[in-house]
Design a binder for this molecule. Structure first.
Ligand code: FAD
Length: 500
């Protein structure tokens, strides 16, 4: 992006609460644009974590910041997803993540370890001049008031930091979210607990069957009753990350909190009824990180044991239907905003939470890289949410439904799922299936967050700049009217496509 059309960058101090993946990414993008940014992160680097999925919509952004070879050192391009029964390991189907299709969509579908991605973003942010305070917790957030609009935070050390603008990137249990909502977050336990672990590769190598999985580029899913287990190699085939998705009806009562800090012994779950390879893998788990999905009213939580129709193509992409009831992501003073999971908490261990959080960060950062006046801020904040909320909601709902589909109990629904998975081997896609799958994949993976922000600027954002000068207010309202018309059109087209 060129700054020649934007004038001088406004001198702003950004404070980011939460130095996770979204927080470090937004800090990096803002600092690269010339802003001053400080990040407060309550934990350190190298905390327990597992595998994450980095699809093309985000790997292509990362590849603009670091050489692809560096990404391939920490990420493995995913070849496909073998689908198997958890009870006996029987093969049900195989879903190809075709390299040529991913290339067409602009990036690799990478399998990584959370820690490696976190360290990469930390390095990028600090090199760009971001100050990151690790092991420092924000305990409260204060809006500006009266003539002083600046927000501030209190740290556990007693220190108070004031900034020009505050970004809440502090995850699902966000302290910033409470201030933006103006009330306590209303949550209740959902029907899903996810257990995450990393199996040391050196132990897997001693067993030929486990070594094959460690060296494979696949991301297998074992599908059981109220439980599914997936895994993939991480750290360039050095270790193996595993998630266990446990739904109501699996262990009773379901347990856990909405946190990545709850370590429980590996024998907290019974694996004795699973296929031997899964038992062997989990016998090597050092511990499990237990994370509960909490329900919020806007989360469409498919908690029933629905046996409705399913389609393997939905694994590739999403059901394009828009849930209702999304909250505002910025506060009334227009000085505090939420990004990533603090804006839209996600199912732990999903396919898309990392990519969607990074998209938020890049889109927000690209908009605010244009900031030349405080008068632009309300329009930038509206644009950020307008451009992001529908996509986030659609992908989130689909991610959860796909996870649910992997843990169906025996019955006609599960039989239909298996039949569908079996016949849809991607090697045998006919022309129609290929086209349909490609269109849906293109919607998810072809997205470029920075381009969305730039396009908004070119089409509408410049009018906000005119408005700042007090000359052409009418352009801004026209721009917003047209933007909301566009949004209606887009929504209709999503709804049309959901019937495909
Ligand atoms: C330690 C950790 C390990 C994870 N491991 C995996 C994994 O293995 N697989 C997977 O699929 N997903 C994992 N996730 C979730 C994944 O990172 C998110 O789904 C996704 O990246 C969205 O990121 P986010 O930055 O919005 O939120 P998060 O990743 O939740 O990051 C929020 C950050 O804010 C910090 N924070 C929270 N409250 C405060 C506070 N009051 N003061 C200061 N800092 C605060 C947290 O420590 C955290 O670093 C993990 C998350 C964390 C925090």
């Amino acid at each position: 992006m060129s700054f020649s059309d934007t004038g001088a960058l406004l001198d702003v101090d950004f404070l980011v609460v939460g130095g996770g993946l979204a927080g470090l990414t937004v800090a990096f993008v803002l600092a690269k644009a010339g802003h001053r940014v400080r990040v407060i992160e309550k934990r350190g680097l190298g905390v327990p974590a597992g595998g994450v999925r980095v699809p093309p919509n985000v790997s292509k952004l990362l590849a603009q910041w670091v050489p692809r070879e560096e990404l391939l050192r920490i990420g493995t391009p995913c070849a496909g997803t073998p689908l198997r029964h958890l009870e006996d390991g029987e093969s049900v189907g195989y879903l190809h993540w075709k390299a040529d299709v991913m290339k067409e969509l602009g990036g690799d579908f990478l399998l990584m370890h959370h820690e490696d991605l976190h360290r990469l973003l930390y390095k990028l942010a600090t090199k760009a001049g971001v100050r990151v305070d690790l092991n420092t917790e924000v305990i409260s957030v204060h809006q500006g008031s009266g003539g002083v609009p600046n927000p501030s935070v209190s740290l556990s050390t007693g220190e108070v930091i004031t900034a020009d603008f505050l970004i809440g990137a502090d995850g699902p249990r966000s302290v910033v979210r409470r201030v933006v909502l103006g009330r306590e977050d209303i949550v209740e336990p959902s029907c899903l607990t996810v257990y995450t672990t990393t199996i040391p590769g050196e132990k897997m190598r001693e067993d030929p069957e486990m070594r094959r999985w460690l060296e494979s580029d696949d991301w297998p899913i074992w599908m059981g009753t109220h439980r599914s287990i997936c895994g993939h190699s991480v750290r360039g085939h050095k270790d193996f990350g595993i998630h266990i998705y446990s739904w109501t009806g699996d262990i009773n009562p379901p347990a856990g909190e909405e946190t990545w800090e709850d370590l429980v012994p590996a024998d907290s779950l019974d694996f004795s009824m699973h296929t031997p390879i899964v038992q062997k893998l989990l016998s090597l788990a050092p511990h499990l990180i237990r994370t509960r999905l909490m329900r919020r009213h806007e989360v469409e939580d498919d908690s029933s044991d629905s046996e409705g129709s399913v389609s393997i193509s939905s694994l590739h992409s999403v059901s394009l239907k828009r849930p209702e009831g999304i909250e505002r992501w910025s506060d009334g003073t227009s000085r505090i905003v939420l990004i990533g999971e603090s804006a839209h908490p996600w199912q732990p261990g999903g396919t898309h939470p990392v990519s969607i959080a990074l998209e938020d960060a890049v889109l927000f950062g690209t908009l605010f890289a244009r900031l030349t006046s405080w008068a632009q801020v309300p329009s930038f904040l509206s644009a950020y949410q307008e451009l992001r909320e529908e996509r986030c909601a659609i992908v989130k709902t689909s991610d959860l439904k796909n996870a649910r589909m992997m843990a169906m109990p025996p019955g006609p629904g599960r039989d239909a799922r298996d039949a569908d998975m079996g016949k849809n081997n991607a090697d045998e896609w006919d022309e129609g299936t290929t086209k349909e799958n490609f269109e849906e994949m293109a919607w998810v993976f072809g997205y470029v967050a920075s381009d969305e922000a730039d396009e908004w600027w070119v089409n509408w954002g410049r009018y906000a700049q005119d408005a700042r000068d007090g000359e052409e207010m009418k352009h801004m309202s026209l721009g917003f009217q047209m933007m909301s018309m566009m949004s209606e059109v887009t929504r209709e087209s999503y709804e049309d496509r959901s019937e495909l």
